[in-house]
Write a protein that binds this ligand. Structure first.
Ligand code: ATP
Ligand code: MG
Length: 376
């Protein structure tokens, strides 16, 4: 693809579309969120000149392909496009010129899509039809196909400014960095909790990840996996650095106490309830509004509705489970889309303390009785 061709009267600009939901907010909220977004853009790609206006941001400087890649990691950006800008009076000449350089291939179908804001004597549809006819005049071998074209030429008209482009690059979407505040996450580095963290980040949460090192019960290289996945998530949240908690000693105690009580199948519930309690303490210290986990309904090792209820009783703050209603396939699909799936599965980890048949409907009273002996 050709880039940065500067013609007289045509300027290359990068047009950024912030997430539409930012503009559904009240004036004050919208402004403060936009400000965060501008700061994040500058942090990611350096001091650039940003022009702002009604639902769009334009970067007027030339930016490198690497900087463009970094834009894809900023929450609050729906999509962006490299455009050529011209005045409405020059639009037809410039569109033809753009076409000749970028779209000019024989024997294929195309569509023109026009978006417009401001007062004009034409509708978007009329302008699209006019430009389409103009292209056909010059290239009678082409065909228009509005439903499934091989090539789309987009034109955005804002008052007299016109932006011509043929590519819409998808951004990370969601809400700008941290606008919702902080949460603690039980982060194992597995597919589920990693995706759960990403989803909460995308909704404007800053995550404090907590990793529990299983010690003698760690099968595989969980610590290494958590670090590897964390460094990927740092692309989205610079300070995504797991707090490490030694969980092995606690688990040994649990194993001993439950063996005596002949309740080995309760191990997972005891293990998780302790994770929740530790997370709650960290949340209180850090001013977090809840705990995020990768649990989803009906998954292995105890994720039944009954057990999730029992887990929730361990703490007084909200537990957020962004994956609760998703099945394994859907989780995998999303994790692949985000780019975290391959990293999570590249290092193996398993828990050696999982009993043969974890209980699916834990009895809270039994748990509370035994826990009083375990927890100081
Ligand atoms: P994941 O893919 O996130 O590891 P999982 O499918 O293996 O989840 P479980 O082992 O039952 O499921 O864990 C449920 C949730 O408990 C995880 O999604 C995560 O939030 C938390 N969790 C499990 N193990 C750890 C750990 N070692 N450190 C921190 N959190 C953990
Ligand atoms: Mg796991």
């Amino acid at each position: 693809m050709q880039r940065s061709i500067s013609l007289a009267g045509v300027t290359d600009v990068l047009l950024i579309r912030p997430s539409a939901e930012i503009f559904l907010k009240s004036e004050g909220v919208r402004r403060s969120w936009e400000k965060i977004l501008y700061t994040e853009i500058k942090k990611a790609i350096g001091e650039v000149k940003l022009r702002k206006g009604r639902g769009r941001i334009w970067i007027e400087n030339e930016i490198s392909p690497e900087a463009e890649e970094r834009l894809k990691l900023i929450f609050g950006i729906q999509s962006f496009s490299r455009c050529e800008r011209c005045d409405l009076g020059e639009l037809e000449v410039k569109v033809l010129d753009f076409w000749n350089r970028r779209g000019n291939k024989a024997d294929f179908t195309f569509a023109v899509r026009v978006k417009r804001t401001g007062l004009h004597e034409f509708t978007s549809q009329e302008m699209a039809a006019k430009i389409g006819a103009l292209i056909l005049d010059h290239h009678p071998d082409l065909k228009v196909n509005l439903d499934n074209p091989d090539y789309i030429i987009y034109i955005e008209i804002r008052d007299r400014d016109c932006y011509i482009f043929d590519e819409v690059i998808e951004g990370a979407g969601g809400l700008p960095y941290g606008v919702e505040g902080k949460v603690v996450a039980l982060f194992s580095g597995g597919v589920d909790s990693s995706l759960a963290c990403w989803l909460m980040m995308q909704r404007g949460s800053v995550i404090i990840p907590v990793y529990f090192d299983l010690g003698v019960f760690a099968g595989g290289e969980g610590v290494k996996r958590a670090e590897k996945v964390a460094s990927f998530l740092q692309l989205y949240q610079r300070d995504f650095k797991p707090v490490k908690i030694d969980h092995g000693v606690f688990l040994s105690e649990v194993k001993r106490v439950l063996k005596e009580a002949r309740l080995d199948n309760y191990r997972c519930l005891f293990c998780k309830r302790e994770m929740y309690r530790v997370a709650e303490k960290i949340a209180a210290r850090e001013g977090c509004k809840g705990i995020v986990t990768g649990e989803s309904l009906g998954q292995v090792a105890s994720q039944t509705l009954d057990n999730l209820f029992v887990l929730d009783q361990a703490v007084d703050i909200p537990v957020f489970r962004p994956l609760i209603g998703l099945d394994k396939m859907e989780i995998e699909r999303l994790a692949r889309k985000v780019g975290v799936y391959e990293i999570c599965i590249s290092i193996k980890e398993e828990c050696l303390a999982i009993p043969e048949k974890p209980i699916t409907s834990g009895n809270l009273k039994k748990i509370l009785d035994l826990e009083s002996a375990l927890i100081d």
